[in-house]
Ligand binder design. Structure first.
Ligand SMILES: C[S@@+](CC[C@H](N)C(=O)[O-])C[C@H]1O[C@@H](n2cnc3c(N)ncnc32)[C@H](O)[C@@H]1O
Length: 221
């Protein structure tokens, strides 16, 4: 197994979804580009930030896409087979040579069940996921957070279904000019759980940094 790379920090200045792009590029490095894949499924494809990184650089025949929202209009320049607009947790999986997903699995309610079903239908899974400690500043101030899994919790699950696992954890620290800029950035990138917070709680948010913690996994049977 790869050594965990826990403390790599990047300082960035605000640009929408810059983290997602960096995550997508890094996740791409986990894929073996010398291989030929018959069929690929990408889960939680969103607007295609990750799809763009692999589409022209991987050797494959069939690409199926999935998102819970209808984002198909962002894929007009891609030639794909099927687009499943559905909760990935309910998606009836076909057989695939490779399943991919970037920055989406943190939304799943039953992570183990998803991994189990994917492993039954594909010999290889490569994904990134926001993990425990992600957006810690928001949790500490507003008390809200997704139920992020830690890297070791994720590994415990993966080890039940895959024998060859490589992984890495990375931290991105984004710096902003003011706390309100940090909150605006979250709003623009779709993290809006704190929007019902009181005015005084929002005003008293003092952090000018946001910490993103991401884990990457390559799993083979
Ligand atoms: C942070 S975005 C990442 C999008 C894209 N993969 C990327 O790298 O930019 C997370 C995506 O997962 C999708 N998503 C969240 N929960 C989902 C679910 N249960 N089933 C399918 N897609 C889901 C969201 O709609 C969103 O497009």
């Amino acid at each position: 197994m790869k050594q965990m790379n826990f403390n790599k920090q990047f300082i960035n200045y605000d640009q929408n979804a810059i983290t997602q792009k960096k995550v997508a590029e890094k996740l791409f490095s986990f894929i073996d580009c010398s291989k030929k894949y018959q069929s690929i499924l990408e889960l939680g494809c969103g607007t295609g930030v990750f799809t763009k990184t692999f589409y022209n650089n991987l050797n494959f025949n069939i690409l199926d896409l999935n998102d819970i929202f209808d984002t198909a209009k962002y894929f007009s320049e891609f030639s794909y087979n099927k687009f499943f607009i559905e909760d990935m947790e309910n998606l009836k999986l076909e057989k695939y040579s490779l399943v991919l997903s970037s920055s989406a699995f943190q939304w799943v309610d039953n992570f183990e069940n998803l991994i189990k079903r994917i492993s039954e239908n594909s010999p290889e899974l490569i994904f990134s996921i926001y993990s425990k400690g992600n957006l810690i500043e928001i949790f500490q101030h507003f008390g809200i957070s997704l139920n992020y899994l830690s890297c070791s919790e994720i590994l415990t699950v993966l080890n039940r279904y895959y024998s060859d696992i490589k992984y890495e954890t990375e931290e991105f620290v984004l710096k902003f000019n003011s706390p309100i800029d940090a909150l605006k950035h979250l709003k623009k990138t779709g993290v809006t759980g704190f929007k019902n917070s009181s005015y005084s709680l929002t005003k008293s948010f003092k952090s000018t940094i946001l910490t993103y913690r991401v884990s990457y996994f390559s799993c083979k049977k």
